[in-house]
Design a protein around this ligand. Sequence first.
Ligand SMILES: [Zn+2]
Length: 129
Amino acid sequence: MGFTIIPICKHCGYETESISIGGGKMNHLTNCGAPAWNIQTDEVEEINLYSDVNRATVIKRFLYFFKRNFVIEKMNDKYVPYYEPRMFIEDKDIGTHNWSNKHYKKSKNYCPKCKSFNLEFVDGGIHFD
Ligand SMILES: [Zn+2]
């Protein structure tokens, strides 16, 4: 079910350990791995979308006569996940790693070390279930 990727920067050579995306048979209800930029340490790290994402419901009023509930997804202050559009350069020729409704670009991702968009998510070759 899940699989791994390895972040490697073509520009500065930055590389991290492999990162798991998604979850396995045993833990897919509680664990959903994803690559994210750790703002405090400037590292790319694996986070768990199920525990590192805070969900908050906000009520927004429109035109005084109807109201709607919106669920917003807010990461804690530390992480920006790589499915966020500002974490990569949009390029339709570049393929994606997909898990559920989350998509990660295979290249042109933001590198926290050299601040360029040269980070690739190379296939880690491990698929787990
Ligand atoms: Zn770099």
